[in-house]
Design a protein around this ligand. Structure first.
Ligand SMILES: Nc1nc2c(ncn2[C@@H]2O[C@H](COP(=O)(O)OP(=O)(O)OP(=O)(O)O)[C@@H](O)[C@H]2O)c(=O)[nH]1
Ligand SMILES: C[C@H](OP(=O)(O)O)C(=O)O
Length: 214
């Protein structure tokens, strides 16, 4: 199975701009990217990064192919799907809690007859699509908005079987500063180390869970 990790290489993670500088966002996005790539490797995949601009490949795990395509996300992924000769796994680069086991659950998702699901979706909290397996050659993505619902509908439209994989680890994408709490509570990898080093910590002083920077 081919695996692709889309990556916004220029000015990523704009929704973190209230707590991270431009350089910090670039660095943190790359830490999360490397984490996802390592997880996919550990799950037995050989991921390709689909990036909007060239990357310093020495900072990626050895022998990680990078395809540069400056089109918007949906068009770039759909061109990859149109050219695919085998099933494709698409995993976003901002899932620092993803594990090889959860990736395995997604790729092993089956339909009611016990066959591989044509489309397997790991939704994000809030309705996005954090990871996706595409086995139907007619299926195309449409990211942003409630893309989980749109992708389920698109699967039905092309007569594909569709399965949802309910995983907190795959559902946790890091978009907003409040999402750091999930990494500080559950994370033990490089993204957690980066947030610790950058001075982020849980703030439970008000009786609720928040995040503050020292
Ligand atoms: N190839 C490609 N990847 C993208 C593009 N936009 C976002 N991504 C990647 O798609 C995944 C989900 O991205 P988003 O959370 O929607 O966008 P983001 O740039 O990470 O963050 P925001 O600027 O806060 O929206 C991440 O892996 C991004 O790196 C794009 O235009 N092209
Ligand atoms: C790409 C987009 O990500 P979000 O902006 O929801 O994190 C989606 O999942 O459709």
């Amino acid at each position: 199975m081919r695996s692709i990790v889309p990556f916004a290489a220029t000015e990523p993670k704009s929704r973190l701009d209230s707590v991270l500088t431009t350089d910090e966002r670039a660095a943190f996005a790359r830490v999360m990217l490397r984490s996802v790539l390592s997880t996919l490797r550990d799950a037995g995949h050989k991921p390709t990064v689909l990036a909007t601009a060239p990357l310093d490949e020495t900072t990626l795990p050895a022998e990680t192919p990078v395809v540069v395509d400056d089109q918007p996300l949906t068009a770039a992924v759909n061109d990859q799907l149109a050219a695919a000769e085998s099933p494709t796994l698409i995993v976003m680069a901002d899932l620092p809690l993803a594990t090889p086991d959860t990736i395995g659950r997604l790729t092993a998702a089956s339909d009611d007859a016990g066959d591989d699901a044509d489309i397997a979706i790991a939704p994000g909290l809030g309705g996005g699509t954090n990871a996706l397996v595409v086995r139907d050659p007619a299926f195309r993505v449409d990211y942003h908005g409630a893309s989980y619902l749109d992708h389920r509908a698109a699967a039905v439209d092309c007569g594909a079987t569709v399965q949802t994989v309910d995983s907190r680890q795959l559902a946790t994408d890091i978009d907003e500063p409040s999402d750091f709490a999930e990494v500080l509570i559950h994370g033990d990898g490089a993204a957690r180390v980066w947030l610790d080093d950058a001075g982020f910590e849980l703030d439970t002083s008000g009786g609720r869970v928040g995040v503050r920077r020292r």
